[in-house]
Design a protein around this ligand. Structure first.
Ligand SMILES: C[S@@+](CC[C@H](N)C(=O)[O-])C[C@H]1O[C@@H](n2cnc3c(N)ncnc32)[C@H](O)[C@@H]1O
Length: 421
């Protein structure tokens, strides 16, 4: 049976390739050392190894380290009922504050959603007073970023993302659960578990493609989906995932796991001593020039909860309604990625640390487009052969990434490059 505990629909997730990875890696991982998942993302591979090895997991994205901490460190010791009761107590306080400001909007939204008023709902959401519109006053409350930062309750999602990514009431629920996570007296592992459960609920409700959060869908072309998504209860989905964390199917084994939130540069230039205890590296970097910070920027905004400034692009808001300080990874840049991966290969060779390197690449690079890929996999295979000599092999498996279903033109081969010293 596969060890799985999904939180997000993660682009490039290895959730459906665990047997393939298992087949070629597990027998090469020394039992007395840690296996280090250096681009751990949604944690699919880290969690898979958790019951057999000590796992170190890293990712440059903050939301990822929240999930990794929950998957690798959370221990369901206390009673779930008491925890949820405590959450409800704080969450209700915040919710009542928000309802007092947004009451008319919440009631109107409910009415439109229940009666399936397709023709009115678009206008309703377009007229919602959020921070993306200037100089809005709502029940004597100014909806400006400066003003929102001074309020004694949480309303970031309600004032930034109501009417685009989420509904008004859904945003009220997100803000209120987030408030409770901050205010309740929790240890850090429980806090990360609750944030991960809230990520899951947001993924289930978000009005965007494939559960990613790169940009909200246009209202008029997607009204059916809009009604479906807006009727998802954030609270119910949140409780469902928290319950999963407390169920017997959640693996609690912890052989000394550690989680890091470093960039590749920080890891390999400043934190090299972390590798003293590492017997095997699993590396699953970005394959294309799409930045991961784009897919899930909302989750970092939720964790930081800083009422960030908006990002403008040529005087306009970005389609994804991005906010400041998104990390732009050089590994998602064509000119740079291969330099980094060669450095990783050199490092493993020098330290004699085993390496499994995953990469998805078009099935037929001659007839299929490769222009979004950050490197040519055959260049890296050649480099591996040169550096690792006889200790290098590679394996492939046919795979259609979930968002490319039914599309032969996007068929990819999953590569696993392996160094076993
Ligand atoms: C293909 S995904 C990994 C997916 C993961 N194996 C899973 O199953 O969910 C690549 C990951 O690399 C991370 N990443 C990108 N650039 C990075 C950098 N410079 N340093 C560390 N992590 C980086 C991204 O945030 C992303 O989570």
């Amino acid at each position: 049976m596969k060890n799985e505990f999904p939180i997000l629909n993660y682009p490039g997730s290895k959730r459906n390739l665990l047997s393939f990875i298992d087949e070629y890696t597990t027998s090469h991982i020394p039992k007395d050392k840690a296996v280090f998942d250096i681009f751990a993302g949604s944690g699919a591979v880290s969690y898979f190894y958790k019951d057999r090895f000590k796992v170190y997991a890293n990712d440059s994205e903050q939301y990822s380290s929240v999930i990794l901490n929950a998957l690798l460190k959370f221990q369901p010791k206390n009673k779930i009922d008491e925890l949820l009761k405590e959450m409800d107590r704080f969450s209700e306080f915040n919710k009542q504050k928000l309802i007092s400001v947004y009451n008319d909007w919440i009631n109107k939204e409910k009415e439109l959603l229940v009666s399936l008023k397709f023709d009115e709902i678009e206008q309703f959401y377009l007229s919602f007073p959020n921070v993306w519109k200037e100089n809005v006053v709502l029940n004597n409350m100014e909806v400006t970023i400066e003003k929102l930062r001074t309020l004694p309750f949480y309303c970031l999602f309600t004032s930034y993302y109501s009417g685009n990514y989420f509904g008004v009431y859904q945003s009220v629920e997100i803000d209120s659960i987030r408030f409770a996570i901050e205010e309740a007296d929790l240890n850090i592992e429980t806090k990360n578990m609750l944030l991960s459960a809230l990520f899951y609920a947001m993924k289930e409700a978000v009005f965007s493609k494939d559960g990613h959060m790169a940009q909200p869908l246009g209202l008029s072309n997607n009204l059916e989906k809009l009604f479906k998504r807006r009727n998802v209860s954030i609270y119910e989905k949140f409780v469902q995932k928290v319950t999963d964390f407390f169920s017997i199917s959640f693996l609690t084994e912890d052989k000394g796991n550690k989680v890091f939130n470093y960039t590749f540069d920080e890891l390999f230039f400043n934190k090299m001593d972390l590798f003293n205890d590492v017997g095997f590296i699993y590396a699953d970097p970005p394959y294309t020039d799409m930045q991961y910070s784009r897919y899930f920027h909302l989750l970092n905004t939720l964790v930081n909860y800083q009422y960030p400034e908006m990002t403008m692009y040529r005087g306009n808001l970005s389609k994804g309604l991005y906010t400041e300080n998104r990390f732009q990874s050089p590994l998602s840049q064509k000119s740079k990625a291969i330099v980094y991966h060669k450095k990783l290969f050199d490092f493993c060779k020098d330290k004699k640390i085993g390496l499994a390197f995953s990469f998805a690449y078009p099935f037929d690079p001659v007839s299929q487009p490769t222009n979004r890929y950050v490197l040519n996999i055959f260049d890296l295979i050649d480099y591996g052969k040169n550096v690792f000599k006889g200790d290098f092999q590679y394996y492939t498996q046919d795979y259609n990434h979930s968002n490319n279903r039914n599309s032969n033109s996007k068929k990819v081969l999953e590569y696993l490059l392996l160094y076993t010293p």
